[in-house]
Write a protein that binds this ligand. Structure first.
Ligand code: HEM
Length: 456
């Protein structure tokens, strides 16, 4: 347990309304509400929600306690169940022994070497996608950058998962993923599960999208299993992992759930960070120049490979800084299984604790001039000065993101390939508001104009 005493001084927090507590404020503007609460009330803030009190944890030691030291005592909050109709029993939504066995089975598939074997298809898809930017550059027309990058990361996940392509199922599968993503992002906020039960047009479309996704993925799994030729893509790697155990353990349904989970967990969060990275670089010419010098020197005009990832070090630091200021997943919740003590405060079984990456990443007591964009914060000597739990764009502890290596590689490739070939000017708001969505994307999509880069 973190904290030395069994009960600390009484904590204060925002007042809220009778009965509902702070819920209306939390729902109206989650980001601003949590920022204000943390700045005003400190490391451990009680938040009254209906009949219970949740705690907002703003100290890295408290976060370490929940995510690492005593993680077995904390389960994901009930709103995660809203994702079950599509994520099924995949890693994001499962718990306890079931999760633990499944995570051990999947972990080797995400070993660095295995992920690096996906570099070729990743670069190929990005190159093909950026060929369409040549037409954009020639036309000089403004385009929706956020949407374009989402399409790209979706193409990447589909190509790395099913290298052989999906044939005529491809476009329908992409549409189903986008629709499912949109619906579940809203459902997490739905306090009752009533919204998902109503026979609305959106719900019918969602159910159809889930059926289609499941059908296509199951068919792909069956085809591969029948030929026993698993292939070198992500699906092949997972099939091998499934077979390496007793063969019984990862059933077809479970493998299907894991495949859908990986596709959904991966594409939008990566796209959000790439789009912000382009935005920040367009605002900071000095950092853009440094990134370009690195890309020009290390790649000398050719496409990147897995071997280049180490030398694209500045590019990596830019991405890490973007992950600090705009972590796509910016808060999550856990519920205590048994009574506990955090920072001297008794936490009763059933109590919810909230952790916000965005708050930790912009806390003035941890980060010097937190709003300043500065990739140098991620030089090794600076990283060593901070708690590991002060920076967690991919979460932390045993439930840390399994796809972080995949996402980092993808983002390094995409950014180096964009900026070696193009200049990008953001034409939408220079000071965009954010925080209205489940992921930390801007409230209005980014718009941009690109031009072919003139080399000096
Ligand atoms: C920039 C992109 C990404 C970000 C910011 C991100 C962030 C996160 C975070 C914060 C968690 C932990 C959530 C929690 O503890 O409640 C997580 C879990 C997870 N992520 Fe990611 N993720 C990204 C990309 C990906 C990709 C590309 C994949 C798959 C290829 C992926 C698959 C998963 C899975 C399966 C989990 C659940 C792990 C478990 O509970 O065992 N993510 N991610």
């Amino acid at each position: 347990m973190s904290g030395s005493a069994l009960s600390g001084p009484p904590l204060s927090g925002p007042k809220g309304y009778p009965i509902v507590g702070v819920l209306p404020m939390l729902r109206a503007n989650t980001l601003q509400f949590l920022v204000d609460a943390a700045r005003r009330y400190g490391d451990l803030v009680p938040l009254r929600l209906m009949m219970s009190t949740a705690y907002l944890l703003n100290h890295p030691a408290h976060v370490e306690h929940v995510l690492q030291t005593n993680y077995k005592n904390y389960r994901k909050a009930p709103m995660i169940d809203r994702l079950k109709p599509i994520f099924g029993d995949g890693l994001v939504t499962s718990e306890d022994e079931f999760w633990s066995r499944q995570r051990s089975l999947m972990q080797p598939s995400f070993h660095r070497k295995r992920i690096e074997a996906l570099a070729g298809p990743m670069v190929e898809v990005t190159q093909r996608h950026l060929d369409t930017w040549r037409m954009r550059a020639a036309s000089g027309l403004e385009f929706n950058l956020s949407e374009d990058i989402s399409c790209l990361t979706l193409e990447v996940v589909l190509k790395t998962m099913f290298s052989s392509g999906l044939g005529e199922d491809g476009p329908a599968l992409s549409r189903a993923l986008v629709l499912a993503n949109e619906v579940i992002s809203k459902r997490v906020w739905d306090l009752t599960s009533l919204g998902s039960l109503l026979p609305t047009k959106k719900n019918r479309e969602f159910n159809k999208a889930v059926a289609l996704l499941r059908g296509v993925v199951e068919r792909m799994i069956e085809q591969r299993r029948a030929t026993k030729d698993y292939g070198n893509d992500l699906l092949g790697i997972l099939l091998e992992a499934a077979a390496a155990d007793t063969g019984e353990f990862m059933t077809r349904e479970l493998l299907r759930d894991e495949v859908i989970t990986l596709m959904l967990a991966g594409y939008e969060s990566t796209a959000t960070m790439v789009a912000w990275a382009i935005f920040f670089l367009s605002q900071h010419p000095r950092h853009l120049e440094a990134l370009r010098t690195e890309v020009d020197t290390m790649l000398a005009g050719r496409a990147p490979t897995a071997e280049d990832l180490k030398s694209l070090d500045y590019t990596r630091r830019v991405i890490q800084e973007v992950g600090r200021l705009r972590p796509s997943i910016w808060w999550f919740a856990r519920v205590a299984v048994q009574d506990d003590i955090i920072g001297g405060q008794p936490i009763k079984a059933g109590t919810m604790v909230l952790i916000s990456q965005y708050l930790l990443h912009t806390q003035p007591s941890i980060w010097d001039d937190p709003e300043r964009f500065d990739p140098e914060r991620f030089q090794a000597h600076n990283v060593m000065k901070r708690s590991k739990f002060a920076y967690l764009p991919f979460g932390a502890g045993p439930r840390v993101c399994i796809g972080s290596g995949f996402a980092m590689m993808e983002m390094q490739f995409i950014l180096s390939m964009i900026f070696r070939a193009f200049d990008v000017r953001i034409t939408s708001d220079a000071n965009p508001a954010f925080g209205s969505f489940l992921s930390l994307r801007p409230n209005e999509d980014f718009r941009a104009v690109c031009t072919a880069r003139r080399r000096h």
